[in-house]
Design a protein around this ligand. Structure first.
Ligand code: SAM
Length: 292
């Protein structure tokens, strides 16, 4: 059965608690294929002719860091700025940003085990005077209006059951003129219902929407779109990399995480590989809260 891209209302959208529980369970597993520095898609393209690594895992880790550095360049903060990191993962990008720019950072997350890793990393970083991590759901923030100069959200919005609420809340806590750097998936083509459903279940997300739906929601929330960059080739490379890395490390994963983890990872990796190649676009958007 095929469906139109917007005909997705019957597919489940997970609660923030379900998303947090998934990251509590599977975060360590994913780091076996992505490295420990970050948990995002990564910037594989364009790659140096001679990357300073000799293994696929090294390449995946390098791609994570390259993406973080690229996003830090693009958010352009000063030491006087305070940034909200929405869906901060294990804290690597927030700490790297604080170290490079001198800015203050507050990271929020719905995964308690990832927040524990954030705090370990923070203790080692010596940046506890400028960086903090706390439990928080972007669709219902308890932060005051206009309390941040900037925000970024790297690969968190694909999980949200109510993206417009996440956009409205982010706009509310930014000061006028504040910048928001967002990465998001967009659906390409018209996959059949079961492919969309599998993707949503395996990724613990609602089904991705077509790009025009995302743009409409951003504008409706009240943001001005300052820049859009298509980063889709990276997602296709990641799909292939995960496939190879999980296959090569299958026994090690089973020893460390048990057979249930392998049973969870096998279909996830396989489905992500084909779905990302055929149906998933990946965008970086720089959004601005209008002045006055
Ligand atoms: C793909 S990981 C990205 C982590 C991090 N941004 C990075 O680049 O390494 C997605 C993160 O978003 C968090 N997350 C998902 N839904 C959230 C929500 N409603 N509010 C806050 N964080 C959320 C997850 O727990 C996870 O840490």
């Amino acid at each position: 059965m095929t469906q139109t891209p917007d005909d997705t209302a019957d597919l489940n959208a997970p609660t923030p608690e379900q998303v947090g529980a998934m990251w509590d369970r599977s975060g360590d597993l994913l780091s076996m294929a992505l490295g420990d520095s970050a948990v995002h898609i990564g910037m594989f393209v364009p790659l140096d002719a001679n990357p300073p690594v000799t293994t696929l895992l090294g390449l995946a880790d390098l791609a994570q860091d390259r993406q973080t550095e690229f996003l830090i360049d693009n958010i352009a903060l000063t030491p006087n700025d305070h940034l909200l990191d929405i869906g901060c993962g294990t804290g690597g990008p927030a700490i790297r940003l604080a170290r490079r720019t001198g800015a203050r950072v507050t990271g929020i997350n719905v995964s308690k085990s990832q927040l524990a890793r954030c705090d370990e990393r923070l203790a080692d970083s010596g940046l506890a005077d400028r960086v903090e991590f706390t439990y928080g759901n972007v669709m219902e923030l308890d932060h005051p209006d206009a309390s941040y100069d900037a925000a970024w959200s790297i690969d968190c919005f694909p999980h949200l059951c109510d993206r417009p609420a996440g956009l409205r809340e982010t706009l509310r806590v930014l000061r006028p003129g504040g910048r928001f750097l967002l990465t998001e998936f967009a659906l390409r083509g018209t996959p059949d219902h079961s492919a969309l459903d599998s993707f949503a279940r395996l990724w613990t997300s609602p089904p991705p929407t077509p790009f025009p739906t995302l743009l409409g929601q951003i504008q409706e929330a009240g943001f001005r779109i300052a820049r859009v960059q298509n980063m889709t080739p990276n997602i296709a490379v990641l799909g292939e990399m995960l496939h190879v890395l999980f296959r090569d490390r299958r026994d090690e994963i089973e020893q460390r995480h048990g057979s249930e983890a392998v049973a969870y990872a096998d279909p996830l990796v396989e489905h992500f590989r084909t779905f990302s190649r055929e149906h998933l676009d990946y965008y970086l958007l720089l959004l601005v809260k209008p002045e006055g």
